[in-house]
Design a protein around this ligand. Structure first.
Ligand SMILES: *Cc1c(COP(=O)(O)O)cnc(C)c1O
Length: 356
């Protein structure tokens, strides 16, 4: 018997999604970096991405990259969160390429790489309006000239990011500005900027619409591959699966109860004052999974007639009054996950993983 709660992962669907996106981008000579952070760098998922045509894997955490390497994956590895000074030793040991925006950090990487006699590649992040990582465009040339003087680090290219903190969407104008910046820098430093890394899944729409400058030659794709979604536009990517990951939880109580709590209202387990509507007597099921393992608003019951009521740390309540199949204690309920829910589910050590 399978253990619950569980996450079932269909590796063929991950490979399919990867192939689909790789193929679409290959037409535009864009290479895809497969981003594994959304599934806590599950090794089998990473391998499924490689089977789909991914050459470079990226993750935000060095622990994850280390884990992938130690599982025998020898793909090129990219660290996509700006590295901490306290992790540079491991960075140089395990990571081939890192996204950077601080010269002091790059300087330290150079010193360490020299000591270890290794080469490290840098993608310099440029701020294009989403206001997370990146230097302002006008500072790029100055920093790049300084990077080019450092031993054992190579500037591989420049990159940017959209739809991460501020929800700023990628546009052809923004990417053209990035390309123009690269051209200006190339002229000044008399060297080619090899990679222009245009962003994440939100940029795929521009590829689909043939609305992306031809010099953009790399995208870093996580959610598109894992969930077949473009979450910035709330749309599914054409030809991909959205259900490569399915979460299953088990019913431990099922009863007809009032929908409106009775007694004096205080705060719930998470400090909130709950707000419930009285919709009469309802059939309610308790599932043995909770906020420690899930991101509540990111779960969608797969079968019709099941709705989520609320959750505490270890219990998830669902209303099954409209569910017209026989249902009892011990039965299972399945959910599709969005990106935050997948992140939570793969981080929780209490959720058992099964692959098919
Ligand atoms: C998370 C992340 C990505 C991947 O984003 P998706 O929306 O999952 O495709 C790409 N680049 C950076 C810097 C990221 O942090």
């Amino acid at each position: 018997m399978k253990k619950n709660p569980r996450l079932e992962i269909d590796l063929d669907k991950i490979t399919h999604n990867t192939k689909c996106i790789v193929k679409m981008c290959r037409k535009k000579k864009i290479e895809i970096v497969g981003i594994t952070k959304g599934c806590s760098a599950d090794e089998k998922v990473a391998k499924a991405m490689i089977d789909g045509g991914i050459k470079t894997l990226g993750d935000s955490r060095i622990e994850n990259i280390k884990k992938l390497k130690e599982s025998g994956i020898d793909s090129e590895m990219m660290l996509i969160r700006i590295p901490m000074h306290s992790e540079l030793e491991e960075l140089v040991d395990y990571v081939d390429i890192s996204l950077n925006s601080e010269f002091s950090t790059i300087q330290k990487i150079s010193v360490l790489a020299q000591e270890k006699n290794k080469e490290h590649k840098i993608l310099l992040m440029i701020e294009m309006g989403d206001l997370r990582e990146g230097i302002m465009p006008e500072e790029a040339l100055n920093i790049i000239e300084k990077i080019n003087k450092l031993p054992h680090v190579t500037l591989l290219g420049i990159g940017t990011n959209f739809c991460c903190i501020s929800g700023i969407m990628p546009t052809i104008e923004k990417l053209e500005a990035l390309v123009l910046l690269a051209k200006e820098i190339e002229k000044k430093i008399k060297k080619k900027i090899k990679i222009i890394s245009g962003g994440n899944t939100s940029v795929l729409k521009l590829v689909e619409d043939d609305n992306i400058p031809e010099q953009v030659n790399q995208l870093r794709i996580g959610i598109g591959v894992l969930l077949g979604q473009d979450d910035a536009r709330l749309r599914n990517l054409c030809g991909t699966y959205q259900d490569a990951f399915i979460l299953t939880a088990e019913i431990v109580e099922i009863k007809i109860k009032p929908s409106f709590p009775f007694g004096i209202v205080g705060r719930d387990a998470f400090g909130q004052i709950p707000d419930f509507k009285d919709i009469g007597l309802r059939k309610r099921a308790i599932l043995a999974i909770g906020k420690q393992d899930i991101y509540l608003s990111g779960l969608t019951p797969i079968k019709k007639g099941i709705t989520i009521i609320a959750a505490s740390s270890d219990h998830l309540l669902v209303d099954v009054s409209e569910f017209n199949e026989n249902i009892e204690v011990g039965d299972e309920i399945q959910f599709q996950l969005d990106y935050p829910a997948l992140l939570a589910a793969t981080t929780s050590k209490y959720i058992h993983k099964y692959y098919n």
